[in-house]
Design a binder for this molecule. Structure first.
Ligand code: NDP
Length: 297
């Protein structure tokens, strides 16, 4: 099987690494040096353009920041659409938006190319370990083909529904992530001001019903230590919760919590910039509270 992978970013790179050891892989990246280094290190071919990457591929995988970049890489004289073969499968691992994925799927269907939206969860560590959760939207036949390929870096691979459903579920998941980060930080800031050590507060919360991935992993490892490593950009979480807010509105579900979360993460993104990590949103809570969530022990 010939496979093309486009978008060697923070999470795309470790995903592609798993594929390089299993199939004949061609890579393309906007910053070409990254693709060249990847090819030399992991054994892959480099394509000069998206069209070239697609020309001999049975399966094309994309992993870009948003659906906008997926559409832009499809278009133009050197775009993927020029090179994609009839019968190929297009898997988009971007955390995209459902409406754009449906539009892309329709364009591809006219050319005999199947489409699956397949956003991932589990972070860079999950990608490195080949242990991602992958939520897929598409028809059953396309999903069956996609699953074989996605097994290279996915542990839990679930068919969620028609095209766009994977994107919608991913957006809802990340809206919950954002709300957990922000609300846990608010509670801990208040406890810090009252003189409770956040390590002790988290030890109790994590043995109680308020625990979440934020309280169990993110805040202890990244905030209390003040390490704030950059693994998943705040800009991308802002994008995800905005998709969830739009999705809930489209479904006519009153969702004040998600809407407020979207506003707060937009503000944090604007204040902290494009390169800030998602967990750095906690710094906004800290600024407003006038306290840092750190252990005095
Ligand atoms: P990054 O910002 O690290 O990488 C984005 C990739 O897209 C890079 O290869 C970049 O190329 C490329 N790119 C950006 N803009 C363009 C453009 N206009 N045209 C062509 N290529 C472009 O993002 P991540 O890898 O972190 O995220 C990718 C997707 O995965 C996002 O949708 C994100 O929400 C999702 N995701 C990320 C997770 C994470 O932990 N990082 C976890 C789960 C999902 P270049 O190298 O030239 O900049």
């Amino acid at each position: 099987m010939n496979l093309a992978f486009l978008g060697l970013g923070a999470i795309g790179m470790p995903m592609a690494r798993h594929l390089a050891s299993r199939v004949a892989l061609t890579v393309w990246n906007r910053t070409a040096d990254k693709a060249r280094t990847f090819a030399v290190t992991h054994g892959a071919s480099v394509a000069d353009t998206p069209a070239d990457a697609a020309r001999s591929a049975d399966v094309v995988i994309t992993c870009f920041p948003t659906s906008r970049e997926v559409e832009s890489v499809l278009e133009g004289s050197e775009g993927l659409l020029t090179g994609l073969r009839r019968g190929a499968l297009f898997i988009d691992c971007t955390s995209g938006d459902p409406a754009t994925s449906r539009r892309i799927a329709a364009t591809l269907a006219e050319r005999g190319v199947a489409f699956v939206d397949a956003p991932v969860s589990g972070g860079v560590t999950g990608a490195e370990q080949g242990a991602l959760t992958i939520m897929c939207g598409g028809d059953a036949a396309a999903f069956a083909r996609a699953r074989e390929v996605l097994a290279a870096f996915g542990r839990k691979i679930v068919h969620v529904g028609p095209v766009g459903s994977g994107d919608a579920l991913k957006a809802v998941n990340n809206a919950l992530l954002a709300i957990h980060i922000w609300s846990t930080a608010e509670g801990l800031a208040a406890l810090c001001k009252a003189g409770v050590d956040p390590r002790i507060a988290l030890e109790v919360i994590n043995a109680s019903s308020g625990r979440s991935n934020s309280s169990e992993n993110l805040i202890p490892q990244r905030v209390v230590t003040r390490a704030f490593p950059r693994t998943f950009r705040l800009a991308l979480l802002d994008k995800d919760i905005a998709i969830a807010a739009d999705f809930a509105r489209e479904q006519e579900v009153p969702s004040p919590m998600i809407q407020l979360g979207a506003d707060l993460f937009r503000e944090a993104h604007m204040a902290l910039g494009e390169e800030a990590d998602h967990v750095e949103a906690v710094k906004m809570v800290e600024r407003l509270a006038g306290v840092e969530i750190k252990s005095e022990a």
